[in-house]
Design a protein around this ligand. Structure first.
Ligand code: HEC
Length: 177
């Protein structure tokens, strides 16, 4: 350490201009080097081998289906049947599914997955927000709020599909029928 300072100091004395240039060059090199390293690390830190279709069909849709199947009522031969969870464990389970949705918002917003830095990111964040709302509603076992969170979630799915993959919207509606 001390030796280095002495060495630099002696260069500076002999040639201030040279020392300054060297220092600047070193600073710039380390600066841009750091940025490159960080960029590479961030990119290689994520495993994005799942296709968008797989993320949708295997991660996001199953969790969302649990939420939609756990809110509201259905009319069957016996009359209206409430779909909401009836036990603490049941609410804990739907809350965990909602957590998957919160994190899927992040998964979609990854640099390698996002299709732009604009609407795509807003929809991804909207997914996380709807998921958080459902998590909170499940934690307080608030049925109305849970139902609203499910509706908000559905509108985010539809909005993003409309913007980025209109074919999916049609398939979605077919499925719902
Ligand atoms: C940020 C945008 C975005 C959001 C939000 C989004 N999707 Fe998607 N989704 C897509 C895109 C893009 C595709 C087309 C993927 C492909 O086939 O390459 C897709 C495709 C799908 C598919 C078809 C997958 C397949 O097997 O071909 C399903 C099912 C799906 N989404 C469900 C959902 C559900 C449920 C939600 C909401 C809970 C949702 N998506 C929210 C962008 C989004």
């Amino acid at each position: 350490m001390n030796n280095n300072y002495t060495f630099l100091g002696s260069i500076a004395k002999r040639n201030k201009h040279l020392a300054l240039s060297l220092t600047l060059a070193a600073a710039l090199a380390s600066c841009s080097g750091d940025q490159q390293d960080e960029g590479e690390e961030v990119e290689s830190a994520f495993n994005t081998s799942l296709s968008m279709a797989d993320v949708m069909a295997l991660v996001l849709e199953p969790a969302s289906d649990v939420l939609w199947d756990s809110g509201g009522w259905v009319l069957d031969s016996a009359g209206y049947e409430e779909l909401y969870p009836t036990t603490d464990d049941g609410w804990a389970y739907v809350r965990a599914q909602a957590a998957i949705i919160v994190e899927t918002g992040n998964i979609l917003a990854l640099p390698e997955r996002r299709e732009d830095n604009d609407a795509w990111v807003i929809y991804s964040q909207g997914l996380s927000e709807a998921g958080l709302r459902a998590m909170n509603a499940a934690a307080t076992q608030d049925k109305d709020e849970f139902f609203q969170a499910g509706a908000q979630l559905y509108s985010v799915c539809t909005a993003c599909h409309q913007a980025y993959n209109p074919d999916i919207v049609n398939r979605f509606d077919d499925n719902a029928d």
